[in-house]
Design a protein around this ligand. Structure first.
Ligand SMILES: Nc1ncnc2c1ncn2[C@@H]1O[C@H](COP(=O)(O)OP(=O)(O)OP(=O)(O)O)[C@@H](O)[C@H]1O
Ligand SMILES: [Mg+2]
Length: 307
């Protein structure tokens, strides 16, 4: 067990009635991670997060937060954790500041000025005295994050923090998360169904599918594996296919409209180019395709798409 694991989940399972919704998952989140918990609708993200926060109880498995067993040492485990699960609820007729003050009153020994500090951290100081009912969804989400920051968390767990926001609002929340992670050393565990979001801000990702964890690891490793994809544009696609099949570094080929897409071992593109030219293939150009997390996801799930 590493020294700086902030979430450790072992063999976690949960059923509702007869239906197994989470099937024996293991997760490890280290301090400093912005950890993406990626899965389609209904894959079990919220259920897992609710278990992480002790809002519902697993049928099996253990959860340790900040090294403390959530079941046995709940208060210590949750002490430095902030969270938003689904839509944060506020008194809409009170100001953002007043709402936070009410929440702050529930936290023992909270330092004076803390409410202003968290409002500043989420960029909401200038609207703090307006009633929440005048806030946009993005502003409510910021207020929710401010609320999650009141207890000086080391770990913040957010369930789909950009859900329902427009592209600009999404970007603002993403930028804010990166900033908080960087400036305030906060570890984030964020569920999302958006691959793009993971690619933008997460250093690690776990992919949940039908309650099972397909994989977890560094986003960079998933995007930069041993194979690369190259589109070869040529007018002699069929001839080219017939000759590349014998190359042992070419693992897969697919005829596209005006090119052949090759999946091949990394580092062989010049050799391929020379080989094609030597065999009278009129190579117009070779275009390396960036391996997206989407492609990786589709490979893992056997083609079941995710947006
Ligand atoms: N309290 C409950 N009782 C019965 N079934 C539930 C309950 N909560 C969740 N489920 C079921 O568990 C499965 C996982 O739901 P969950 O809300 O965890 O998915 P999710 O990944 O958060 O989805 P979404 O992206 O739509 O938020 C779904 O099939 C859901 O219907
Ligand atoms: Mg959910």
């Amino acid at each position: 067990m590493s020294q700086n694991n902030i979430i450790e989940v072992e063999n976690l399972s949960k059923s509702f009635g007869k239906r197994k919704v989470i099937n024996n998952i293991n997760l490890t989140v280290e301090e400093g991670d912005i950890y993406g918990f990626l899965g389609q609708n209904g894959s079990g993200k919220t259920t897992t997060i609710r278990m992480l926060l002790n809002l519902i109880h697993p049928d099996n498995g253990t959860i340790r937060l900040n090294k403390y067993d959530l079941k046995k040492e709940f208060h210590k485990a949750i002490e430095k954790v902030g969270a938003i699960v689904e839509v944060p609820k506020f008194h809409s007729y009170l100001s953002g500041r007043k709402n936070l003050e009410l929440m702050a009153n529930l936290i023992p020994d909270i330092p004076e000025g803390k409410v202003d500090e968290v409002l500043e951290m989420v960029g909401m100081l200038n609207r703090a005295d307006d009633k929440v009912k005048t806030y946009s969804l993005g502003m409510r989400q910021r207020l929710g994050i401010a609320n999650a920051l009141l207890n000086d968390p080391k770990l913040v767990i957010l369930d789909e923090p950009t859900n329902g926001l427009d592209p600009q609002g999404m970007k603002e929340i993403r930028d804010m998360i990166c900033n908080l992670a960087y400036k305030n050393n906060i570890t984030f565990f964020i569920s999302t169904h958006l691959l793009y979001e993971v690619e933008q801000i997460c250093n690690k990702v776990a992919i949940l599918h039908g309650g099972e964890l397909l994989t977890q690891g560094k986003v960079a490793d998933m995007l930069n594996r041993d194979l690369e994809v190259i589109d070869v544009h040529t007018t002699s696609c069929d001839k080219m296919i017939s000759i590349v099949q014998s190359l042992n570094y070419v693992k897969h080929f697919e005829k596209k409209q005006k090119c052949v897409r090759l999946k091949m071992e990394k580092g062989f593109s010049s050799e391929l180019n020379r080989y094609l030219i030597a065999n009278d293939i009129d190579v117009e150009y070779l275009i390396p395709q960036s391996q997206s997390l989407e492609a990786f996801f589709i490979e893992l799930t056997g083609g079941k798409q995710i947006e």
